[in-house]
Design a protein around this ligand. Structure first.
Ligand code: SF4
Length: 283
């Protein structure tokens, strides 16, 4: 799977303190469409992301070519220009994934929860599925139950927790990642919270960057050193054709994209794949 990152933090209309994207540059919409065409022709599975992709609606054609039905956005442009929904429908987008960093939005400088709530309401009225993505830090990891309640109240279909990692701009922050003990407590709180929600009302997910949870499929994969796909099954390409293993590991280049082919020059963490590689490289 190849993830193309189309634009950098400078191109974004927000400047979150914890932004994990360190690369610079932008790939034009036309070049992106052409690259997706080339990669698909070679039989690759391709997806797209960036800092804020709606800053150039030309990227949406690439989503359609990649058969990608969801879009990651901070929601600001959807709030300011609701006519963008027509373009999303035209290009086959069925789901909006938007960040709401419950309890820490001021600290992170991210989009206020009230604005996110308005975007979700409009997206749902447009017939789109909505996922909320929430960053988890030592400051908010105990708020699991209230974050789930709030997501349900906002009418989201899914809430996904992502662990705060010291990548990109976050490397310069004083804040720390969860300790192993805090992470274990967080897992327990999520298991408890899931009992209170029917999946059809609110799906509650934990991103793979938390590492394997006891009793999960991830733990079984970890036993065979197969937990992390970064740089083996997953490659991330920035606008300068530099290749990385994972969107959270873009401080560590591993190769290049040459004429549409990934050329890997370096193995991450000496082949250790029993946990999320951010644990080896960023903590
Ligand atoms: S480093 Fe590996 S396990 Fe961690 S988020 Fe990236 S791909 Fe997933």
């Amino acid at each position: 799977m190849i993830l193309l990152m189309v634009n950098d933090k400078k191109e974004c209309n927000r400047s979150c303190n914890h932004c994990y994207l360190p690369y610079q540059g932008k790939r034009s919409a036309e070049e992106t469409v052409e690259l997706v065409r080339q990669l698909k022709e070679q039989g690759e599975l391709v997806s797209l992301a960036g800092s804020e992709v709606l800053t150039d609606l030309g990227y949406l054609e690439a989503y359609q070519k990649a058969s990608q039905k969801y879009i990651l956005t901070n929601g600001i442009l959807l709030l300011e220009h609701p006519e963008i929904y027509d373009k999303l429908h035209e290009q086959g987008i069925k789901e909006v994934r938007i960040s709401a960093h419950f309890g820490i939005e001021k600290m992170l400088g991210s989009v206020p929860e009230s604005d996110v709530a308005t975007v979700i309401e409009e997206a749902k009225n447009e017939g789109l599925k909505v996922q909320i993505t929430t960053t988890i830090t030592p400051e908010n990891y105990r708020l699991v139950e209230s974050m789930c309640d709030q997501s349900k109240y906002m009418n989201a279909d899914k809430l996904e927790f992502i662990r705060y990692v010291k990548a990109g701009s976050a490397r310069r922050e004083q804040r720390r990642m969860l300790t192993a003990e805090e992470r274990a407590e967080f897992f327990e709180l999520v298991v408890e919270a899931r009992e209170g929600f029917d999946k059809s009302d609110l799906e509650i997910a934990i991103h793979g960057n938390f590492g394997p949870r006891e009793g999960s499929r991830g733990e079984r994969l970890a036993k065979f050193n197969r937990y992390c796909p970064a740089g083996t099954f997953l490659f991330v390409v920035d606008p300068n054709n530099i290749v990385y293993g994972c969107p959270f590991l873009m401080d560590f280049p591993i190769g290049k994209l040459v004429e549409g082919k990934v050329e890997v020059e370096k193995e991450l963490c000496g082949g250790k794949r029993d946990k999320c590689l951010t644990d080896y490289l960023l903590s």
